[in-house]
Design a protein around this ligand. Structure first.
Ligand SMILES: [Fe+2]
Length: 308
């Protein structure tokens, strides 16, 4: 094993699998409008929790926002008497708005994302011609995770891994024996995340996925999205490293990097942009905050013509 971060993670997970008290409890909230799985993960011993990839309800026709989906998370956290230590984002999402700032007000927790968010802020700051009030230094977040960074969730060992490809800043958070892998792998019957957004890279995505697949086979994987594969009637968001290695339709064992890149690139060329990419990106690169209000006190979402 040449990669020290992965080696450390593997070691921790092997320990976790052997010790049931290192198995976190995971509750998932699925938003059918954006096909997003938000996860609340907690240490059963200390009740310390993290909220991962929350969703803000946004109606693009009216520009109205609501907190119904986020409220479900608040209700669950209260019912289970959890203490939220983290609001984590695996990346700056392009298909839904984050509810992290509102959840932070309700539940607390530090807002964390990958350190390369500054690259994403730079790229989209230019595309949306953001003014100087938009800082491109990640300062909208409380913590910027680096590759291999270790942290604790209560008594559980956790590690952040940089898994770029879908965006340059994607992170996977491995907590005990559970890995929250954002937009990298999807369910084995559906495949992988797209890699064609600004800053995306199919080759990098392949390498990040291969890295994740070096984790022990029994590692539980929690995904950020599901779109139901053909012939599947229900949404699913949990699988294992072993199942992905054996069955993932895009990257099962034996698929070469070049074959993956060819497949991914030609498939991405057929995909429309997500419905909510314009509002999502503008809000999520600001840590889930709306763009700075104009002189009448109102925030606006911009739509650049012929830019994306
Ligand atoms: Fe995404």
């Amino acid at each position: 094993m040449s990669d020290p971060a992965i080696a450390t993670a593997t070691q921790q997970i092997l320990m976790a699998v052997q010790r049931p008290e290192q198995r976190p409890v995971v509750k998932t909230f699925f938003d059918e409008k954006t096909f997003t799985a938000s996860h609340v993960v907690h240490d059963p011993q200390t009740l310390t929790a993290a909220v991962i990839d929350s969703v803000l309800d946004y109606d693009p026709a009216s520009g109205h926002i609501k907190y119904d989906s986020a409220q479900e998370i608040v209700d669950y956290v209260h019912a289970e008497k959890l203490q939220v230590a983290w609001q984590l984002e695996t990346h700056a999402h392009a298909d839904h708005l984050s509810a992290a700032p509102w959840l932070q007000e309700q539940l607390g927790g530090k807002l964390g994302i990958g350190a390369n968010i500054v690259q994403v802020q730079e790229v989209f700051g230019k595309i949306f011609n953001a003014d100087t009030r938009f800082a491109r230094d990640g300062s909208q977040f409380d913590h910027l995770f680096t590759d291999g960074e270790q942290f604790k969730l209560g008594n559980l060992n956790a590690i952040a891994l940089h898994v770029p490809g879908h965006t340059p800043a994607d992170m996977a958070f491995i907590i005990g024996d559970a890995a929250f892998i954002g937009d990298t792998l999807f369910m084995p019957d559906y495949g992988t995340a797209r890699a064609d957004f600004p800053g995306g890279d199919a080759r990098m995505l392949y390498r990040s996925i291969r890295r994740l697949l070096t984790l022990p086979a029994e590692t539980r994987l929690f995904l950020c999205h599901d779109y139901k594969a053909p012939h599947r009637d229900t949404y699913a968001w949990e699988t294992t490293v072993g199942a992905e290695r054996a069955h993932n339709v895009h990257v099962h064992e034996g698929v070469s990097e070049d074959d993956f890149v060819n497949m991914r690139t030609s498939r991405d060329a057929t995909l429309a942009l997500p419905n909510l990419i314009m509002p999502s990106v503008q809000v999520n690169i600001r840590g889930g905050h709306m763009p700075e209000p104009e002189d009448n006190g109102t925030s606006y979402i911009k739509i650049p013509i012929n830019k994306l």
